[in-house]
Design a protein around this ligand. Sequence first.
Ligand code: ZN
Length: 317
Amino acid sequence: MTPRILGLHHVTATVDEAQADLDLCVGTLGLRLVKTTVNFDNHHVYHFYYGDEHGTPGTIWTTFPYKGHGVAVGRKGAGQVVTTSFSVPHGALAFWRARLAHAGVAATDVEERFGETGVAFADESGLEFELVASARDPRHPWTVDDIDGSAAIRGLHSVTMLVREAGPTLEFLASLGWQEVARDGPRIRVAVHGGGPGHTIDVLVDPQRPPALNGLGTVHHVAMGIGGAEEQRALRQDLLARGVRVTDIRDRCYFTSIYFREPGGVLFEVATVTPGFAIDEPLAALGTALKLPAWEEASRADIERGLPAITVPRQRT
Ligand code: ZN
């Protein structure tokens, strides 16, 4: 059996303040908060998952708001995902320029790239995002009262990962199924499983760029989706056989994961599409209560006391 990467699964970043993150992702961008939980490696820090109605792999953006925990501001650089792009419908950019301006978020136009245009903006932590207008994204969006289907985010479009040298990274990506589909100067686009939004990574090459430092305002890792546990085990064995240092299989409750670095230094995760976010609360209630993994329930009172108070912006009328 050939292990098969399906596309992007999620992108995870370290951000500053929990409330500012919710206000941007739910209030301004109109993503659905599909899970409120804690960092499984530090239960005094929230872990927010945003996505479409179900939190479908390929639509998921996740954050660890580390304000007050002594984490320094990170540095963008080589060996890191430097931009996360979401997909919006063709023709929706005027709506988003106006909406971002209304929310006090400065936005700039993205020059046409591989036939698509977009707008770029940053969050309060300094994370860089784009909304890319695509005429070829059939995914059904999560809509809210003031963002209808003609403008709503469809999910992840792509990530841009910065490396110093193209060759080893492209070769490694190809071994996972990501094939080069386009090239424009230092930017090389790879795609998997048919390509298009949610199935695209841009490799940006800059030999002079200093290495990245993880911290506030930086992406921690990008996760790719794989069908199930058996394929994940097979991929792990394959990576080990090739000498790649890969973690054991970690239980993330909503998927299981393995982690490893590509030759350019970017941290990759491969996560299963199952069981998904409805495993511990009903679909209609996703994200509304603090969910903890079974092994943390005994500490719930202590965990709740240590987390900052938050107000989730209204998600739907
Ligand atoms: Zn992850």
